[in-house]
Ligand binder design. Structure first.
Ligand code: HEC
Length: 183
């Protein structure tokens, strides 16, 4: 106990085995200490297993991690993306993603580009641009990873929407477009 107390005083660090020096030494100390290895038995628990099941209903704190990999672009995800895009991105890139916005007219140095003339960019690149920013564009780290993918999917939908052949429209919509003279 006394030793543990001494360890928290910076001036006494040298009194603690393995704590001084680089990370290697610290890790070594944990490596050496007694512990239950994964899948090893343990007499401590009634079921004899060292590994514990989390209590029912536990939510993992790293739930966000699963969104690091691109999910399928479902309609529900794109809907979330549309919502967030119109709140955050449209102010600069325009609601159609064509770079037509009030803000753009005031950003002469590097105006927000149109997504329709941007050229090849991978989904992963778009995802990274949202979280990290790009050149003069600020980063948006507060947008959840799920919503970032939703936005990427929605940007793809916007890109498609500006170049889609009439044959891709559902029959009813196709008729309406022809009637209104917008083939
Ligand atoms: C404050 C204005 C602003 C907002 C809001 C904004 N952008 Fe941008 N964006 C820019 C500007 C300016 C550039 C060009 C930056 C440069 O070239 O230095 C840019 C560039 C980009 C690029 C091109 C990157 C490349 O590889 O060339 C993408 C993609 C992009 N933005 C996506 C988004 C998305 C998605 C959102 C919403 C989450 C968003 N932007 C929100 C201003 C903005």
């Amino acid at each position: 106990m006394r030793r543990a107390l001494l360890c928290v005083l910076p001036g006494w660090l040298s009194a603690c085995h393995g704590v001084q020096g680089g990370d290697g030494e610290v890790l070594m100390r944990m490596y050496e200490q007694k512990k239950v290895k994964p899948f090893a038995p343990s007499p401590v628990f009634a079921d004899g297993h060292g590994m514990r099941m989390p209590p029912a209903g536990t939510v993992p704190r790293d739930a966000e991690l699963e969104w690091r990999v691109k999910p399928p672009f479902t309609a529900a995800l794109l809907e979330k993306g549309r919502h967030r895009f119109n709140i955050v991105c449209a102010a600069c890139h325009g609601h159609l993603g064509d770079g037509n916005s009030r803000v753009a007219t005031h950003m002469a140095l590097a105006p927000p580009p149109s997504f329709h003339t941007l050229g090849e960019r991978t989904d992963e690149h778009l995802f990274a641009v949202i979280g990290k920013g790009f050149g003069l564009m600020p980063a948006f780290p507060d947008i959840s990873l799920e919503e970032r993918w939703g936005i990427v999917g929605y940007v793809r939908a916007l890109q498609l929407s500006q170049h889609a052949p009439l044959s891709m429209a559902p029959p009813a919509e196709r008729e309406r477009l022809l009637r209104e003279g917008m083939p």
